[in-house]
Ligand binder design. Structure first.
Ligand SMILES: Cc1ncc(COP(=O)(O)O)c(C=O)c1O
Length: 368
């Protein structure tokens, strides 16, 4: 009899899976580690979801999330054919790899076109998606301040591949929180021959967005999610906006009922109550700026953020030690071991009370 291990594809055996942030069971812990929204969905969204929990659960949901795509199209000034909805934006990112990238063994040349390309640091799911698919990766560093290198600089650096079939850009960047200007993104898009995905998971907390590039260029897709700004991580709804031909290709390879029914209802109800959410963005941004100032006073080096988290270099002790010290104070933040960010903590912006508790704990640790 074959061992179970021998039944698994070598690629999968070797694979390092994506590591999600911890979802602790400990009571009373202030959870600032996974960039969730500290505020619940609006009362209208909760009511819509509750009202849908009935005998309908036995039925399949709308296979194309039609009503939601129509509302999104209206919001973004495009057609429903410009939009594909996924089980979180993670799903549409994965679909892009499957639709546009040949696995390694089929690639033609050394300077491979069949490459998934992205900057580092950025969203740690991209390498995992490439590895699952057996795709080649091209990983290029952002500038030391996490700025986007210009096309000129990328050409000079020679490592960037302008022919890559798929390029991911996290904008605003995660985990640095740095925002990018639409003209610099446009310059990069113009220079790329393959598909460019602008992953705008955090864009509602930023000064600007680049959605118009997805409607201007046939090879640009913008990814959005209801998880962060719209308090719907639990429901898993995200989407791409882009050219109808790219969208149709992605549509061909998704699961038939990829977006669950309650998720579709929650997301559609969210779009009917945007005023509520815009007030939340303002609160989160104001807490972000307050927290940045307070931590700076305590000796932290806080990078400017356009997101619902900050990247901050703590004083006195290594960042990894701070992770434990804050945990001892019942505050959970995130630390990444990657060399570019290992000196920093990534701190999700919670409520003002949570931010105050963090500052209080940090003050205590600094005084140790
Ligand atoms: C940059 C970025 N993109 C996409 C996602 C995925 O969001 P979701 O799958 O919840 O829509 C995340 C979540 O952490 C993220 O940080």
């Amino acid at each position: 009899m074959n061992s179970p291990r021998s039944l698994i594809r070598p690629l999968v055996r070797r694979l390092h899976a994506y590591v999600p942030g911890e979802q602790p069971k400990i009571k009373g812990l202030i959870k600032l580690n996974t960039n969730e929204n500290p505020y619940p969905p609006s009362p209208r969204v909760l009511a819509a979801v509750k009202a849908a929990v009935d005998g309908r659960l036995r039925l399949y949901p709308n296979p194309t999330a039609q009503a939601l795509r129509e509302k999104l199209a209206k919001l973004h000034g495009c057609a429903p054919e410009n939009i594909i909805v996924g089980n979180g934006s993670d799903e549409v990112l994965a679909l892009a790899v499957r639709a546009f990238v040949e696995p390694k063994q089929k690639a033609e040349s050394r300077k491979q076109k069949a490459t998934v390309q992205y900057f580092t640091p950025s969203y740690s799911l991209y390498p995992v998606l490439a590895d699952i698919h057996g795709a080649a990766k091209n990983v290029v560093s952002l500038k030391p301040d996490f700025g986007l290198p210009s096309v000129k600089e990328l050409k000079r650096g020679k490592q960037w591949n302008f022919d890559a079939v798929l390029t991911f850009v996290t904008t605003p960047n995660a985990p640095s929180g740095r925002g990018y200007k639409t003209p610099e993104l446009e310059q990069l898009c113009r220079a790329q021959k393959g598909v460019v995905v602008l992953d705008e998971a955090y864009v509602d907390f930023a000064n600007e967005n680049a959605l118009k590039l997805a409607l201007k260029f046939p090879h640009v897709l913008v990814a959005r999610t209801f998880s962060k700004a719209y308090s719907l991580c639990f429901q898993r709804v995200g989407y791409f906006v882009g050219h109808p031909e790219l969208i149709a290709a992605l549509d061909k390879i998704r699961d038939s009922y990829n977006v669950n029914g309650l998720g579709q209802i929650a997301a559609a109800a969210t779009l009917d109550d945007l005023k509520h959410y815009r007030a939340n963005f303002k609160k989160i941004i104001s807490t972000r700026e307050w927290l940045s100032r307070e931590l700076t006073k305590l000796g932290f080096r806080v990078l400017p953020s356009q997101t619902n988290f900050i990247l901050a270099q703590p004083p006195k002790f290594p960042a990894k030690d701070w992770l434990q010290k804050l945990r001892d104070e019942k505050i959970l933040v995130r630390w990444f071991s990657a060399p570019e960010v290992r000196d920093y903590l990534r701190i999700t912006i919670g409520t003002r009370a949570e931010a105050q508790a963090l500052v209080k704990a940090a003050r205590k640790i600094v005084a140790e």
